[in-house]
Structure formats: structure tokens, C-alpha cells
Design a binder for this molecule. Sequence first.
Ligand code: COA
Length: 332
Amino acid sequence: MKKPIQAAIMGVGAYLPDYRLTNAELETIVETNDEWIYTRTGIKERRILKGEGQGTSVMAIKAVQELLKKTNTDPADIDLLICATVTPDMVFPATANIIASEIGATKAFSYDLMAACSGFLYALTTGSQFIESGMYKKVVVVGADKMSSIIDYTDRATCIIFGDGAGAVLLEPTAEDVGIKDAVLRSDGSGSKFLYMPAGGSRRPPSVETVLAREHFAKQEGAAVFKFAVTNMAKAAVEVMERNQLSAEDIAFLVAHQANKRIIEATANSMNLPMDKVLMNIERYGNTTAATIPLLFWDFEKDLKKGDNLILAAFGGGFTWGSIYLKWAYNS
Ligand code: COA
């Protein structure tokens, strides 16, 4: 269905820290090996943001600055900036406020959105509403996470998965038949016991006890998360296809959250999509939480053509999950 005003992604920027945490280095930190990690997850290395006082905003600012340069956008023209993250610089103020101020988005209002690995899908859908309603003309949606700040590098089942990174897109209105078409978004808080950070919030504020018990790190029951992710990411992707009468032949690419290669393959399989239509960079960056989907746009921007039908899909802590159907809006 074509809406009167469509919100379209008109550019993408990203930032990845230089430091590469390889499987070989992880072998020196925990009892694991390259073969185990690669066959279970598809990951070879991840990027890590090093240095004192370096928060998620450091990466997000660089990603947005690249975006503004590429799209020739004056930061003073930005109406709204949303940052999807579970690793904000601080609990408050919002990391989005810090980013907006640093890039010179003087007119914008800005806020963080927390939906773990589905954060970018939630934020993209939210941002697009402000465009489709006619309220705003330029919305920046950022997905950024410094996962290394909440990862326990003594927990071998978790530390092998995550990395740091940031990606950002510019949403603008278009009258053409491109842009964000439909979204299926879901959440189920009963999944919170399988993937969460026990302390640091209002329920269990930081104390010597919480620190000693290593409760300020992400805890995950990997097998349970895997099972939910495989089922729900695939279900959401198939639902958005069916709702829009799309078959596998109509789809140019699946742009799936990079959590685990096997989860992505299972999703593609449910969609009857061959693997050459699946964008993948998990091998190089691991799971960067809210950043994975914009990082895929950024990495494969040259392969995306105006009018391409893309299905985005994600699953994450909460549980949160969903899918988006969009038509790519430009040739780079
Ligand atoms: N290296 C070597 N062995 C490891 C290991 C590692 N890094 N991590 C765990 N193991 C061991 C376990 O100790 C266990 O050994 P045991 O059988 O002797 O007890 C064995 O491997 C199997 O553990 P299990 O946790 O069942 O492994 P798994 O096959 O489920 O794979 C994950 C673990 C984390 C890779 C997998 O569950 C996964 O990817 N889950 C989804 C995670 C995810 O995507 N999270 C983000 C969601 S957005």
C-alpha cells in the first residue's frame, strides 16, 4: 500500500572502532577455540572501543557525522534524532541528547529508545511516523552499542558473541513509491529472565555486592534465546511478506539482525530465500546489538538499488522482535 507521504532512508553512515578482538585473542581470555565459535555463531572477530571515558556516543557521533557529510545535510535542519541503544553513556541524560548537541542539531529534539537487538527496527518505525504524519522532514535514526562495556569476559558463552559499533540513517519524506512500507513489531516481557542485566537499574541499584556478584554484565541463557529467536524472527519476516503479498522472488535482500549465522539462515529458510539474497557481516563485527542493521546497509550500500524490496528482521532481549518491509530509495 502506498501512503500519501512515505518515509524513506536517504543515506547511511557508520563507525566501527579500530581494535579487532579475534577468536584467537578470545582463546587467550577464556577456554574456547576458533572452530567452536565459528561453527556455532559464524563470528571470526568483533570491534572493540578502547580508551577511558569512551561511551557509545563517541561512535554514534562519528556515524552521524559521516551520514551528514554523505547526504549533504545541515545539522541545523534535523528535526528529530532517535538513538536506539542498551549501552547509553549514562542512564541519563539520553545519549541522543549528547549526540544531537555534538553534531550541532540545534533545532532537533532527541531521545533514546531501548529495545535491545530490535532497537533499530523500533526506532526506524517510530521515526518514520513523524515523517508520514507530515510533522517532520528530517529524522536521524541511530543504532549504537558499546557491548564490551556490559560483557563479562569470563563468561565464554556470552563474550564470544558481542562487539561494538554504530550506524545511522537519514529519514526524509518522499512522494515516490519507495520507503518504509510496513512493520510487524512485537515484545514479550516474560522473556526477560533469559537475556538481561541484573543490576544497575532501580530494582537492584549498584552496590559493592552487585559488583562482586558480576551483576552489571549481560546474562544470557543461550539455548533458550536461540530457540525463541529462530522461531520468532522467522515468523515476523514471513508475516510481513504475506501481509504485503511478497514471495521470495520479489525480495532483493534479507537484512537480518546479526546475532548468529544459524539464526539468520533459519530465517532465510522460512522465507524460501536463497543465501545469496541474505546480507551478512557477522563474521567481521559479531553482534553489535542496535547497530547491526544500519551496519549492513552501510557495508552493502553499493549493492542496494532503488526500488529493491528489503525485509529487515530482528530479535533481542525483552524479548523484542519484528520485521520491516521497505523499498530502498536510492542508488549510491
Ligand atoms: N567455547 C567452547 N565451548 C563453549 C563455549 C565457548 N565459547 N561456550 C559454551 N561452551 C560449551 C558449554 O559449556 C557447553 O558445554 P557442556 O555441554 O560441557 O556443558 C556446550 O558448549 C554447549 O553449550 P550451549 O550453551 O548449549 O551451546 P549452544 O550450542 O547453545 O551455543 C550460543 C551457545 C550462545 C552460541 C548459542 O546458544 C546462541 O547463539 N544463542 C543465541 C544467542 C544470541 O543470539 N543472543 C543475542 C540475541 S539478540
